[in-house]
Ligand binder design. Sequence first.
Ligand code: PCA
Length: 329
Amino acid sequence: MSKLRLKSGLIASIAVSGICLAGTVQAEKWDMPMAYSATNFHSQTGAQFAQCVTTGTAGDIEIVTHPSGSLFKGGDIKRAIQTGQAPIGERLMSGHQNENAVFGFDSVPFLATSFDDSAKLYAAAKPTMEKLLDEQNLVLLYAVAWPPQGLYFKKEVNSVADMKGVKFRSYNNATARLAELTGMLPVSIEAAEISQAFATGVAESMVSSGATGYDRKVWESLTHFYEVDAWLPYNYVMVNKDVWNDTSDANKAVIRGCAAVAEYAGEWRSKEYTGFTMAGLAAGGMQVGPAGDVLVSELKAIGETMTAEWLDAAGEDGKAILEAFNASK
Ligand code: PCA
């Protein structure tokens, strides 16, 4: 090898290791805990968001999703992000209703029952949610609605009286309260664990979307799905505020851009998934259809009670959200 080639080879290898060094110094890995199964549309949206950020920041920030509550269980995700144990993650917004009733704005029965209305309700609530989360060391990135919530049973149910004594799986305060008001017995269970809960009889009913019933193959244990369209709760992605503040403006812009795309794509998926999963439940052998008139009117009366209770608990913030929503309709 000539002296010259040796020298240029050396320079090349120094240059390459220099690039690698710069790469390792800058690159960050953000683990992103998520509560729902990898096949769920929220998790898929999150995975694409993660890919978008990784690509858009040219690998400066690599986001790695952990679905199914595998890194942190659903109920622990927000605290993990607040305290910096995880930089970013996704959670059901109304899961924090026990901290502050305002978080349950999207689980007030029959307040917003369509995708359009729920988008308006979310827009009305978003500034308050951003403020609340900011006070908790969190930055809101994006939010996506679940499909409309209906009732699952393992028997025919035509009235609230038919629900008495049924073991009901709840996922937030509102669903537990719904159980109480209908004479059912609430038991709090994460979506990741419901297949087992239904199989073992720990629970025999729930209110949820077709999406969750489909993802968890509930036809193996349950028989009826009543389309009640009671509300459309939101999942949201949050980032730790200190981590956010340490992120460069260029990378923040990429993350915001990816979040906007994820919000749009997630909503689209949620709408598409609604019909698909109804068909899937029926194909699994369940009876799928609208709830009867008696049941609907009884549930609406319970919805009025729960609306009044929520307004009472959510105070001025809740009232302002409701007013902004009504004005936007
Ligand atoms: N699925 C989630 C929340 C709302 C929904 O449709 C669950 O059942 O946990």
